[in-house]
Design a protein around this ligand. Structure first.
Ligand code: ADP
Ligand code: MG
Length: 362
């Protein structure tokens, strides 16, 4: 469907220096493919999407759509834009138009649909993304997640053959990421061809047929989700995939803010799509700190560590100056011990020089 050959893009800075963002991008995209583009920021992922639909035309190379080079003079730009929908990080809805008007604007103007037909279809599409109820309100009254779902409906109203998503969930409050990803997941099931720039690794792994790892202005490595996430071949890909995310709470006395930390745990779990782990993690922290460890006497730290490679989530609790397990029969409240064991998948304990360490796996 789309073939990209030796695509390059060079920006000229105001001081006259040139800066090559895309060096030599090559790929073939088939109908029905869902391709997630991952990679460090500043590597040209957005530039690539904008080059593809000519929002920001490339400076070299070829883009063939069904065999025709769209970079040639005279290629019908409107037709191209209609075939390639784009969903942005920042929604780009018109604030002075209702949701329904936002969705019907382009079909009426560009596809020359009657108002009645356009509205009937818009309602269908809004229903599909769960937003039909809001058809007659203005964007200002919607949450970010709702706005993005409307933006997706607006894009679908043009009947695109492919949708380019540029970090569709990056501007959202973490609690709203899930609703937008669910809509995209549904489109994938229906066979929509999509190119998705995202930092949501678990989502990318689940939903994609292929992954492009962009780095240094090229598609540095591409493959199936299993190849890229589980067996990356090149060093930079390995480094990127294996990086670990963590969250830490240091407790030095009785006055720590456990509930404040819970809010951070909620955000952390949502950010990495660990929705089902959130409650067990908080339960274990609560039992450990309130019942099993005398926190006012012993400084300790709690560290949540998420590895994007195998989606494992571990919680390390290190109790300084203690050399006996707080889960031991002698010290522990039996009920609390059964709760923390039941809530976690694995528990390992280790007496270390600086204190006693317990690792909970979730
Ligand atoms: P990514 O989406 O991977 O984070 P971008 O494609 O947004 O990366 O940007 C890649 C690089 O190109 C960045 O260093 C950015 O500063 C530069 N860049 C992007 N757009 C422009 C522009 N319009 N003019 C000059 N430089 C730009
Ligand atoms: Mg970007």
């Amino acid at each position: 469907m789309i073939s990209v050959r030796h695509l390059s893009k060079t920006y000229t800075t105001p001081t006259g220096e040139s800066f090559q963002v895309l060096k030599d991008v090559n790929c073939d995209i088939d109908k029905g493919e869902v391709i997630s583009i991952i990679g460090p920021s500043g590597t040209g992922k957005s530039t690539f999407l904008r080059a593809l639909n000519l929002l920001d035309p490339p400076t070299g190379g070829e883009i063939l759509v069904d065999g025709e080079n769209i970079l040639e003079k005279g290629y019908p730009m409107n037709r191209l834009r209609q075939r390639m929908g784009m969903v942005f990080q920042s929604f780009n809805l018109f604030d002075h138009l209702t949701i329904l008007q936002n969705v019907t604007l382009a079909p009426i103007k560009l596809l020359k649909k009657s108002k009645q037909d356009a509205e009937a279809e818009a309602i269908q599409l809004l229903r599909k993304v769960g937003m039909a109820e809001k058809a007659n309100v203005y964007p200002a009254s919607l949450s970010g997640g709702q706005k993005q779902r409307v933006a997706i409906a607006r894009c679908l109203a043009m009947h695109p053959e492919i949708i380019l998503f540029d970090e569709p969930t990056s501007a959202l409050d973490p609690t709203m990421v899930g609703e937008v990803l669910s809509v995209i997941r549904q489109l994938a099931k229906e066979g929509m061809t999509m190119l998705i720039v995202t930092h949501e690794m678990k989502f990318a792994k689940d939903v994609s047929s292929r992954i492009f790892f962009m780095n240094k202005g090229i598609i540095y490595e591409d493959g199936t989700p299993e190849q890229i996430f589980d067996h990356p071949q090149r060093e930079d890909t390995q480094t990127f995939i294996h990086r670990i995310r963590s969250l830490r709470l240091d407790v030095t006395g009785a006055d720590y803010d456990m509930y404040g930390f819970f809010t951070e745990v909620d955000l952390f779990c949502t950010k990495y799509a660990l929705y089902d782990k959130c409650e067990p993690v908080k339960h274990v922290i609560e039992e450990m700190l309130n019942t099993l460890i005398a926190t006012n006497e012993r400084p300790l730290n709690v560290e949540l560590v998420f590895s994007e490679m195998d989606y494992s989530l571990n919680m390390n609790i290190t109790i300084r100056g203690m050399h006996e397990s707080p889960l031991s029969r002698k010290l522990a409240d039996e009920i609390a011990v059964s709760i923390v064991r039941g809530m976690s998948k694995s528990v390992t304990e280790e007496d270390q020089p600086d204190g006693f360490k317990i690792v909970f796996g979730f």
